[in-house]
Design a protein. Structure first.
Length: 326
């Protein structure tokens, strides 16, 4: 194909492949069969080999990077990645609610989210392009795992708007991927992963992106590190915005006007938890208004405007290794 036609066709293929990828991995509603996706991907790869200078960093063909790294670079988070204080019963939640109301008054609303049992990561975009991803690490310094995060199909390589932002989310391994991976390891006589969280941690710490790609990880984005800069007033508005940009956000979130509604959500999901295709270890409850979050502030470790209600651990008795988490 001559160059001008190739430029046009490559652009068409990218649009199509990004759209099909979004439908499959973010909406979970593919509009074409895998065979069609694969055929178009092969055509794109062939054209990019014919014209290597036409290859761009956001091309769908670039998700599974080249050679393995020999080490991860360190990344300083521009704003710290905080952890969450825990609540173990309704009384703890009522205490949290009382402290919040003492500080901001009675006109407060909460957002409840499923607490995905994975690994917290940060993803940075410049002018809409994915430029860097990192683990949480100690909250201030993490590891650059950009190449591994690019292999997560639900992570957009380019946003629907040319914005510069930093999003935070939880990378995780779906239960089905975890079962398949351990079955493979069992057949090879290899040691098994203790749980999907450890399997996800072990997969994201692979220096070879091809191995990370083979682990079929996924990612729910749950916040913005620079929401105020973008003029967004509440956490629920931030989640809606992230969804509009093309990120995968968790659909099971609920805005609650008081602790009774929060407890309803907690009890509902304690029951429904086994039906989810991914593991959760609790519910995260956040004050919705950013102005009120600002008023409440944070300790060195965790925000005063959020808390994690932890479910009692499910009894799982199996002989498995436990990947040392960083
Ligand atoms: N695991 C989660 O689903 C989750 C969530 N839905 N929302 C947050 O909000 C952050 C924002 C500031 C403090 C916590 N954090 C989560 O996980 C935390 C991150 C660090 C340790 C936990 O994994």
């Amino acid at each position: 194909m001559e160059r001008q036609a190739a430029i046009k066709r490559i652009e068409e293929l990218r649009e199509l492949l990004n759209q099909y990828n979004y439908e499959y991995y973010v909406l979970d509603r593919p509009s074409v069969p895998d065979s069609e996706y694969d055929r178009l991907m092969q055509e794109l790869i062939a054209l990019e080999e014919q014209y290597p200078d036409l290859k761009t960093k956001d091309s769908p063909s670039q998700r599974v990077g080249g050679q393995a790294l020999d080490a991860f670079q360190k990344v300083e988070h521009r704003t710290p990645m905080l952890s969450l204080a825990n609540a173990f019963n309704e009384g703890d939640l009522r205490d949290f609610d009382r402290r919040v109301r003492q500080e901001v008054g009675d006109d407060v609303a909460y957002v409840c989210e499923l607490k995905i049992d994975g690994l917290a990561v940060s993803v940075r975009y410049e002018d809409g392009y994915f430029v860097q991803g990192a683990t949480r690490g100690d909250g201030v310094t993490g590891e650059d795992i950009t190449e591994n995060l690019k292999t997560i199909r639900s992570l957009p390589l380019r946003l629907n708007e040319p914005v510069t932002l930093e999003a935070r989310g939880e990378a995780y391994m779906p239960k089905a991927s975890f079962e398949r991976l351990n079955e493979q390891r069992r057949q090879r006589g290899e040691e098994l992963f203790a749980n999907p969280r450890n399997a996800a941690a072990g997969s994201l710490r692979q220096l070879d992106p091809k191995i990370a790609a083979s682990r079929h990880l996924d990612l729910f984005v749950y916040g913005l590190a620079n929401a105020e800069e973008l003029g967004i007033a509440s956490h629920s508005a931030a989640l809606d915005y992230l969804q509009q940009l093309g990120f995968k956000t968790n659909p099971e979130r609920r805005r609650c006007a008081n602790m009774d509604e929060v407890m309803q959500f907690v009890n509902e999901w304690q029951e429904k938890r086994p039906q989810l295709p991914y593991e959760i270890d609790g519910i995260v409850i956040k004050v919705d208004s950013f102005a009120q979050q600002e008023q409440l502030g944070a300790t060195a470790k965790s925000p005063r405007w959020a808390i994690a209600y932890k479910f009692p651990a499910e009894e799982v008795v199996t002989k498995l290794i436990d990947i040392e988490l960083n």
